[in-house]
Design a protein around this ligand. Structure first.
Ligand SMILES: Cc1cc2nc3c(=O)[nH]c(=O)nc-3n(C[C@H](O)[C@H](O)[C@H](O)COP(=O)(O)OP(=O)(O)OC[C@H]3O[C@@H](n4cnc5c(N)ncnc54)[C@H](O)[C@@H]3O)c2cc1C
Length: 394
């Protein structure tokens, strides 16, 4: 039997690389085409719930990443202004026992590097940089894509893993574009030695009207990643725009000194504008489909953007394996398994954002409820999220 042509993957971020690995694990060839001139390891922290770690185990990269992962013991929720502890939701052993995989916090660069190194070792994966997909055509029996410089590549199907501003998505759902939500996320990483009380092996979530701050250990606990999410009218498309430190400190002025003081020494703050996209009417058209942020960008309030891209990758590769040579059918099967879950996570992330940044009147009721309900009960409300197993969704 003739060997099948490769699957083309537009975008070598977390989702695109994960898909190339999932396909290689099934003996399926792929070409990853990344617009940038090198596979970049930008970013700060990224939390990986048990559902994400389970996907990494499936992809064979969990063992490589493990030494660099922080394993937070709990999620501590605090009132931003007073630093009063509102709730302690168990992570650590509790969540690992509950879902059969741990909860990790890693540097985004470490996650990306682990995926890239593993993909680079696979003979079934070709990695190509400096190829910005600008044109594509579904020829019926295959797909041909072209780059900004006029290079052309053919394959049997195309997966758009090209992120929030996906060009592939605009060919499937032309009238739909992300909308700015009026907030930015500004991130940094500080050495644990300078982090004061933030160096605890927990995820910290501090709530305040119009802003919330999250921190957690990365790089095996030697560094602490910090993200400030606050109302700000800046809607640039850059993932790593330099943030004005003085303006940022002004926006977090209402937070307790024990949180702000360790942040004062942080050298570099980078920000990106938060956008939302309503669930798409479809992810696929013929031999073309979408994955990760291209299909369902996430607000960061549930820390699931990268994780859902990992889940997508595993499910999509599984569908292609179960429908050999029938890519359009495989893509519809993949969509059926993923769309409802992705929409649910998108909605839950938005809801969390509203709850985290409530104004003073509602914040009082929220804080009272958080203090009353046991943390384990609050966390078990996320069993539907963290308990995901790809083989149970077929
Ligand atoms: C640089 C960067 C930093 C981030 N930092 C954080 C962070 O610190 N914390 C956090 O929680 N989330 C962060 N995110 C978001 C989070 O990582 C995403 O939810 C997750 O990465 C989704 O993965 P993805 O593969 O779908 O998209 P992305 O990770 O966005 O990857 C998309 C890839 O496609 C490439 N691309 C775009 N257009 C084209 C094209 N036309 N042709 C070919 N390639 C193309 C991009 O260069 C990029 O490499 C970051 C994203 C990026 C890109």
């Amino acid at each position: 039997m003739a060997e099948l042509a490769p699957i083309l993957i537009a975008g070598g971020g977390i989702g695109g690389l994960a898909l190339s690995l999932a396909l290689a694990g099934r003996g399926c060839r792929s070409i990853v085409l990344e617009a940038r001139h090198e596979f970049a390891a930008e970013g700060a922290g990224i939390q990986l719930g048990p559902n994400g770690v389970r996907a990494l185990q499936h992809l064979g990269v969990a063992d490589t990443l493990h030494p660099k992962a922080g394993e937070p013991e709990a999620l501590e929720v605090r009132d931003g202004g007073t630093s009063r502890l509102l709730a302690t939701l168990p992570l650590g052993r509790w969540i690992a026992d509950r879902h059969g995989a741990p909860y990790w916090a890693v540097h985004r660069g470490d996650l990306h590097a682990a995926l890239l190194t593993a993909a680079g070792k696979q003979s079934a994966v070709s990695l190509r940089t400096g190829f910005a997909v600008t044109d594509l055509a579904d020829e019926g029996s295959g797909v041909e894509i072209a780059s900004a410089t006029g290079d052309r590549v053919a394959g049997r199907a195309l997966v758009g893993a090209d992120g929030l501003w996906s060009g592939v998505r605009s060919t499937i759902c032309p009238a739909i574009a992300p909308q700015f939500v009026g907030s930015t996320a500004t991130r940094t990483v500080i050495p644990a030695a300078d982090a004061g009380r933030l160096a605890f092996p927990s995820v910290g979530l501090w709530l305040s009207p119009g802003a919330n701050i999250v921190h957690y250990p990365v790089r095996g606990g030697t560094e602490v990643a910090v993200v400030v999410i606050a109302v700000e009218a800046w809607e640039g498309r850059d993932w790593a725009a330099e943030a004005d430190r003085t303006a940022l400190m002004g926006r977090v002025g209402g937070f307790h000194a024990s949180l702000i003081e360790p942040l004062a020494g942080a050298r570099s703050w980078r920000k990106w504008a938060l956008h939302r996209l309503a669930p798409l009417p479809r992810w696929s058209a013929g031999r073309i489909t979408l994955l990760g942020d291209a299909a369902h960008p996430m607000l960061p309030h549930l820390a699931q953007g990268g994780v859902l891209a990992l889940e997508d990758a595993v499910v999509l590769a599984d569908c292609l394996e179960h429908h050999p040579g029938e890519e359009a059918t495989a893509f519809l099967a993949y969509e059926r398994q993923r769309r409802e879950r992705a929409a649910r996570v998108q909605a839950a992330s938005r809801r969390n954002g509203r709850v985290y940044q409530m104004g003073p009147a509602f914040a009082w009721a929220r804080n009272a409820a958080l203090r009353l309900v046991p943390g384990a009960r609050l966390m078990s409300g996320y069993d539907w999220l963290y308990g995901w197993r790809f083989d149970a969704t077929r």
